[in-house]
Design a protein around this ligand. Structure first.
Ligand SMILES: [Zn+2]
Length: 337
C-alpha cells in the first residue's frame, strides 16, 4: 500500500510528502472530509509515513509500513464510538492516557487514530488536549471527522486540519468507470442508474462504492425522498414540504444526502428550462424532467436553490441543530414559492 491507493487528493498527498520529507509530523492533526472520502485510508498512510524506515516515506515495503497497512501493529491504536453509544466519552480518553506513557511494542512511536472525533464529548476533548500538551513526543494523534466545526476551537487550533477531497460528478464518473468493473458495467448497461449513484454520493468515492456494492441500503429511499420533495416544491405545497424536510432530520448524513440530490434535480430542471441539452445529473427520464420543469419559473428555481444551498451549508459545515435549520429553511421556502 502506497500513496497511489488514494485517488486524487493531491493537496493531502503533498502535505504528507512535505512532513515526510522533513521527517517532522505534528503530534496531533485532523483529517476532515465527508463520509467515504478516504479519511481512514489517509490516516493509515500518515501513520505509515510517521514510522516508516524506508527512504521514500511511506515506502509501503518496510516492516512498519507492512504491519500498519495490514492493521496488525499494536502501536497503531484505533479509538471510536463504542457500540450503542452516541458519544465518545472521557473513559475512552483515559484509555489513551493509561497507555500513551507505556513504550511502543514494535514501532518507535505510538499512533492513536480517533474516528468520528466530532462525537467526543467536551470533557473528552479537554482531556485529550491535556495529552496533546503533556504527552510524550513519540505519541501521535490523528483525529478523523466529517464535521470539524463540531470540535472545540481549542482542539481545532492544536490539531491542524488536512482535508480529503470531494470529487466533481464528472471526475467521480471517470474514476469509477476507470477503476471499478461493476461501475463500468453499470454505466454501459444503464447510464441513468449510474448517474443517480454518482449524484447520491455527494462527490465521495467511498460512498459511491458502497452504493454500487449495495452496502448503502438507504440510497434508493433517499432518491425517492428527493423526488418527492421536488414535486412538492412544484406543487407549492409548503406544509407537506415542511414535513418532508423534517422527516430526515434525525440523521445529518442522510439529510445532507437528500439535500444534495434535490439540488442536483433542480439543476437538471433549470437546464431544461433554459433549453440546454447537456447531461442530466439526477433525472434519467428527460420527458419526465421536462414535464416537471413546467411547474417552475427560472427565477423560482434560482430562489429555491439559494435557500437549499444555504441549508446545505448549515447542515454540513456548522453544528446547528438539523431540525431548527430545516424549520427556518421551510419558512424561507414558503416565501419564495
Ligand atoms: Zn516504510
Amino acid at each position: 500500500m502506497t500513496l497511489d491507493i488514494l485517488f486524487g487528493n493531491e493537496a493531502l498527498k503533498s502535505t504528507l510528502r512535505g512532513f515526510a520529507g522533513k521527517r517532522a509530523f505534528p503530534n496531533a492533526f485532523m483529517i476532515s472530509g465527508p463520509e467515504g472520502s478516504g479519511k481512514s485510508t489517509a490516516a493509515l498512510l500518515f501513520a505509515m509515513a510517521i514510522s516508516c524506515k524506508g527512504e521514500d516515506r511511506p515506502c509501503g515495503k518496510c516492516e512498519s509500513c507492512r504491519k500498519i497497512s495490514e492493521g496488525i501493529s499494536p502501536d497503531v491504536i484505533n479509538i471510536g464510538l463504542i457500540k450503542d453509544r452516541k458519544t465518545i466519552g472521557v473513559e475512552s480518553v483515559r484509555e489513551i492516557t493509561d497507555s500513551a506513557y507505556i513504550l511502543p511494542n514494535d514501532l518507535d512511536v505510538k499512533i492513536y487514530i480517533i474516528k468520528d472525533a466530532e462525537k467526543l464529548t467536551a470533557q473528552a476533548q479537554n482531556a485529550l488536549l491535556k495529552i496533546f500538551e503533556e504527552g510524550p513526543m513519540s505519541v501521535y494523534f490523528i483525529l478523523l471527522t466529517s464535521a470539524p466545526s463540531q470540535l472545540l476551537p481549542t482542539v481545532r487550533s492544536r490539531a491542524p486540519e488536512i482535508k480529503t477531497e470531494v470529487f466533481t460528478d464528472k471526475k467521480l464518473t471517470e474514476l469509477l468507470r476507470g477503476n471499478v468493473k461493476k461501475a463500468a458495467e453499470l454505466y454501459a448497461k444503464d447510464e441513468a442508474a449510474f448517474r443517480k449513484i454518482v449524484s447520491a454520493s455527494g462527490g465521495s468515492y467511498g460512498k459511491a462504492l458502497a452504493i454500487l456494492e449495495g452496502k448503502n441500503k438507504k440510497t434508493p429511499q433517499l432518491i425517492k425522498k428527493a423526488e418527492n420533495i421536488v414535486s412538492l416544491l412544484g406543487e407549492k405545497d409548503g406544509a407537506h414540504l415542511m414535513i418532508a424536510l423534517l422527516d430526515e432530520s434525525s440523521d445529518r448524513e442522510n439529510y445532507s444526502s437528500v439535500l444534495s440530490l434535490v439540488q442536483n434535480a433542480l439543476r437538471d430542471l433549470a437546464m431544461i428550462k433554459k433549453g440546454g441539452d447537456g447531461d442530466m445529473i439526477f433525472y434519467s427520464d428527460r420527458l419526465l424532467a421536462a414535464e416537471l420543469s413546467e411547474r417552475f419559473s427560472i427565477s423560482t428555481i434560482v430562489r429555491l436553490t439559494t435557500v437549499l444551498d444555504n441549508l446545505y451549508y448549515e447542515v454540513t459545515q456548522t453544528n446547528i441543530n438539523v431540525r431548527t435549520a430545516a424549520l427556518v429553511a421551510s419558512g424561507r421556502l414558503s416565501d419564495v414559492m
